[in-house]
Design a protein around this ligand. Structure first.
Ligand code: A2H
Length: 253
């Protein structure tokens, strides 16, 4: 980070059902386009374990027409970047169809490409920042300590957070086997570092660091097309495979 561009993978999560709060607003402007939430990730090899998708509740999002057939949901900042990366046409033009707050998207249901759980819901995460990636984050509680902490906080206190229990019913699954931390590294780290909630920011920062390094250097795939391969070797192959299948695109910033 810091030096040179960050090479993310943008994932195309096709919306199958809008939340009540945005349904009318978006359907009025989208025409015949297919809509996608487009999280940016650095860990495409974990996508077999998606259980949901996160947005920042008070961040502004837009629906952007990328062309005549597709519309993406992300921050305006990300849509501007994409306009200069060949993701939308014509080059440099941003065509925003609607705007709303992240909280309004919560409960929207979308396809999760390559995930063992084929459809997931949008949930709120306070830690999502508008200044990174697309402002949309795909969630893998088995491998990401941040995703783990927020997912279980929302499940535990569903009523308090106004979360329909069916939005948090999908079970995390093992996708990467690590040397010392087992096949659900975020669970192991949460226990070892006594992470109780997303407020445990100090332990979460440490856990994130360990999970990222351990996953990359000792991880072996135990799910998907590249089962048995080291994460290091599988990572670029999964990235390519998703792009080939038309369910992902490169996104840099
Ligand atoms: B990662 P870096 Cl399994 N706000 O994807 C907060 N976090 C964001 C974000 C935003 N606007 N945009 C992307 N991210 C997350 C998977 C994953 C990720 C796993 C483990 C670790 C991990 C599933 N969530 O990231 O600061 C996204 O979550 C830990 C670094 O640009 C993205 O990859 O390095 C990562 O942060 C990008 O963070």
């Amino acid at each position: 980070e810091g030096v040179g561009p960050q090479e993310y993978l943008g994932i195309k999560m096709e919306v199958v059902e809008w939340s009540d709060a945005v349904k009318a607003k978006i359907e009025a402007v989208i025409g015949s386009r297919t809509a996608y939430l487009v999280p940016a990730t650095l860990r495409p090899e974990t996508l077999y374990g998606q259980t949901n998708c996160f947005v920042g509740p008070s961040i502004k999002y837009g629906v952007f027409a990328m062309n005549d057939k597709e519309a993406y949901i992300c921050t305006v900042r990300a849509a501007r970047n994409m306009a200069f990366q060949g993701t939308s046409a014509p080059r440099g033009v941003v065509n925003q169809l609607a705007e709303f707050d992240g909280i309004e998207l919560v409960g929207t249901k979308a396809k999760a490409p390559f995930s063992l759980n084929p459809e997931v819901y949008v949930l709120p995460m306070d830690g999502v920042v508008a200044t990174k990636g697309t402002g949309v984050v795909t969630s893998v509680p088995s491998d990401s300590p941040d995703d783990y902490a927020t997912f279980f906080e929302l499940r535990k206190k569903a009523e308090y957070y106004k979360i329909d229990p069916k939005w948090v019913a999908i079970e995390p699954v093992p996708v990467v086997e690590t040397g010392a931390y087992g096949n659900m590294i975020a669970y192991t780290l949460a226990k070892q570092l006594k992470i109780q909630s997303p407020k445990d920011t100090k332990q979460l920062a440490e856990a994130k660091d360990i999970a990222y390094k351990e996953g990359f250097y000792t991880g072996v795939m135990i799910a998907g097309e590249f089962k048995g391969l080291k994460v290091q070797d599988a990572k670029p192959k999964i990235r390519e495979s998703m792009i080939e299948h038309g369910v992902a695109f490169p996104y840099a910033e």
